[in-house]
Design a protein around this ligand. Structure first.
Ligand code: ATP
Ligand code: MG
Length: 314
């Protein structure tokens, strides 16, 4: 067997199989390597043995089995830190929003979630020396709340050409939960072609929440959300990009003491998001962000403001 460079080189796949997989949005060896045999059987009609073999071969070709710890260290050294525009917030985050994992911001209406998205759309484009990721942005908008005018205001405040800044943000509207997941799948290809360094999903949960209503559909909703989170996680890790998702909250009537506000999606979303920030509105432009259950940073809060210029220290 020759060297495996693309999908058609995988054992048992060939040109025809590669075409079928391509149509189902499996376009790179990475996408096969992280797929489950079940998925490939469903979308491309592969037999179970063929699917298993193809996945294994893709993983081997990409050296994705066990790896030595020094390699992990090397990969972690590549983690980028995207500055937010507020030193207080950056400090809370241990330097900024990280690449290679999901950062979730949740909070009530008007707490500033979408403003964060606009801000990071701009910050990601800054050179690394200035706290950016020197890259472009993919923006999945499920609430029709993307506002180019705000991106323009924030770009100006950061000394960037507003028109250029807008050209580097690729926006897609997600019309329902399945569509949102499909867009995330399609993102894979764009990430490589367009030097994407930040993927935003605003909001992660609203479509799921409005489609799967009531107890009876909860399990199904959670399964789908879980799949979506895995998808986003893989994308962050494999491509070394930052993934920012926003989440809504609900009031839990069973919590009698303290703040009963809790993010949607339970453990499925909670475990997949490496960094979670709870955003609250304070007086006027003042906002508070609280870091929740970080695996490697102390809990704490940062106070900042949202003005015409975007996110700033007070
Ligand atoms: P939702 O849950 O409804 O999506 P959200 O958390 O996304 O809410 P945002 O849209 O990010 O909320 O925040 C809206 C708030 O941002 C406004 O109430 C206002 O305080 C602030 N804001 C928006 N635009 C500006 C601006 N140009 N200048 C100053 N503050 C602004
Ligand atoms: Mg919003």
């Amino acid at each position: 067997m020759g060297e495996i460079k693309e999908i058609k080189d995988l054992p048992g796949i060939g040109t025809q199989g590669a075409e079928k997989l391509f149509k189902a949005n499996y376009k790179t060896l990475e996408s096969i390597a992280v797929a489950s045999p079940m998925e490939l059987m469903e979308v491309a009609g592969l037999g179970d043995k063929t699917a298993e073999k193809a996945i294994k071969a893709a993983r081997d070709a990409l050296e994705m089995g066990f790896e030595t710890a020094d390699k992990i260290k090397k990969r972690r050294e590549k983690i980028g830190k995207l500055k937010t525009g507020s030193k207080e917030l950056d400090a809370l985050l241990g330097g900024g929003v990280e690449t290679q994992s999901i950062t979730e911001i949740y909070g009530k209406m008007s707490s500033g979630k979408t403003q964060w998205c606009f801000q990071l759309c701009v910050m990601a484009q800054l050179p690394v020396e200035k706290g950016g990721l020197n890259g472009n942005v993919l923006y999945i908008d499920s609430e029709a709340s993307f506002r180019p005018e705000r991106v323009v205001e924030i770009a100006k405040a950061q000394g960037l050409d507003p028109e250029k800044t807008l050209k580097n943000v690729y926006v897609a509207r997600a019309y329902n939960a399945d569509h949102q997941m499909l867009l995330a799948e399609k993102a894979e290809q764009l990430i490589k072609e367009k030097n994407i360094k930040l993927l935003i999903v605003d909001s992660l949960t609203s479509q799921f929440r409005s489609e799967y209503i009531g107890r009876g559909l909860l399990a199904e909703r959670q399964q789908k959300l879980n799949k979506h989170m895995r998808q986003l996680m893989k994308m962050a890790e494999i491509n070394n990009i930052a993934v920012l998702v926003t989440n809504q909250v609900m009031e839990r009537p069973d919590i009698l003491f303290g703040d009963p506000t809790t993010p949607i999606g339970g453990n499925v979303v909670g475990h997949a998001s490496k960094t979670r920030l709870y955003l609250r509105k304070s007086k006027g432009p003042k906002r508070i962000a609280r870091l929740i259950d970080s695996p490697n940073l102390p809990d704490g809060e940062a106070i900042y403001q949202i003005t015409e210029k975007g996110i700033e220290d007070i």
